[in-house]
Design a protein around this ligand. Structure first.
Ligand code: G1P
Length: 295
């Protein structure tokens, strides 16, 4: 079984849902307390034992690469000012991953973005993480998937159950339970099904562990939902060619690409923050007693 060494993170999207905040900065650089959202995704990759990250970028996304790079001027300044703790934190951030970036020149869809990584990934299985999906869990979501991969040796998509009314916002999978805990063998996948097309509530969240065969399939996948080349359509073809599994991960997922999901992530992370958690909880308590509070 081939070892997984690489993670692909597509970050080429325009982030229109957060305009005007994202007019001049990438949406992946919006902060949660003192880190950009992309750092939470990268920290999950690193905590899962992977260090090689391939970013699929577009114009105007260089701030992301700079964030994980070493900044000589800042390092010198912090050293001179004796701000050792901050300097160490920046050094840790710049040492987190080795980044390779590939440009997606046209916004042709998620499937096309992943296909752009084919030369850098080569003939080995790899992970895909979508920057909008933040997962908080004891064992990192990608680690959970890697552990399952070591048992089954095939592609895996992470899923969670969603209310039926929301299935049209996700890739939906259908399948049969297996002897592995929380794991189904996939029989069918549909991208953002219209009501009545699928009676499954298992939604793909942005974590995939894929066999390299996906690249051949993506190369011939025609535009699907929304006129874009959909990863889900290629996965459906891959599941027919060889086995594919859906894994109900353990943890909490936030849709940080949506304003409410982003806000929930900020609040939950702040509540557990080592130094801010206490005073922030106090603040939330005062809100509940406030006359304007309709809780
Ligand atoms: C993408 C995928 C979809 C998946 C979702 C998870 O959709 O195409 O299958 O369920 O991410 O966040 P998007 O939300 O980018 O439209």
């Amino acid at each position: 079984m081939k070892k997984i060494r690489k993670a692909v993170i597509p970050v080429a999207g325009l982030g229109t849902r957060f305009l005007p905040a994202t007019k001049a900065i990438p949406k992946e650089m919006l902060t949660i307390i003192d880190r950009p959202t992309i750092q939470y995704i990268v920290e999950e990759v690193v905590a899962s034992g992977i260090q090689e990250v391939i970013l699929i970028t577009s114009e105007g996304k260089s701030a992301i690469e700079n964030h994980f790079d070493y900044n000589f001027e800042l390092d010198t300044l912090l050293r001179e000012k004796n701000k050792e703790q901050l300097r160490a934190e920046l050094e840790r951030t710049s040492g987190l991953i080795d980044v390779v970036s590939v440009r997606q020149k046209k916004p042709l869809g998620l499937g096309h973005a992943i296909w752009m990584a084919r030369h850098v990934v080569g003939d080995e299985p790899f992970l895909v993480l979508l920057g909008d999906d933040l997962v908080r869990s004891e064992t990192p979501c990608c680690r959970q998937m890697l552990d399952l991969y070591e048992q089954i040796g095939e592609s895996i998509v992470a899923v969670q159950r969603v209310p039926m009314a929301q299935t049209g916002s996700y890739g939906i999978v259908e399948g049969e339970a297996t002897e592995h805990e929380r794991t189904c063998k996939i029989s069918r996948m549909v991208e953002k099904p219209a009501p009545g097309v699928s009676d499954s509530d298992m939604a793909i969240i942005g974590r995939y562990l894929l066999m390299p065969d996906i690249f051949d399939i993506l190369g011939t996948t025609t535009p699907g939902h929304g006129g874009e080349i959909q990863l889900t359509d290629a996965l459906q073809a891959l599941s027919k060619r060889r086995g594919m599994y859906a894994y109900e991960f353990q943890g909490r997922r936030y849709d940080a690409g949506d304003k409410l999901g982003y806000l929930k992530a900020i609040v939950d992370i702040a509540l557990e923050h080592p130094s801010l958690g206490g005073p922030f909880r106090e603040h939330i308590r005062t809100l509940c007693g406030h006359e304007a509070c309709r809780l």
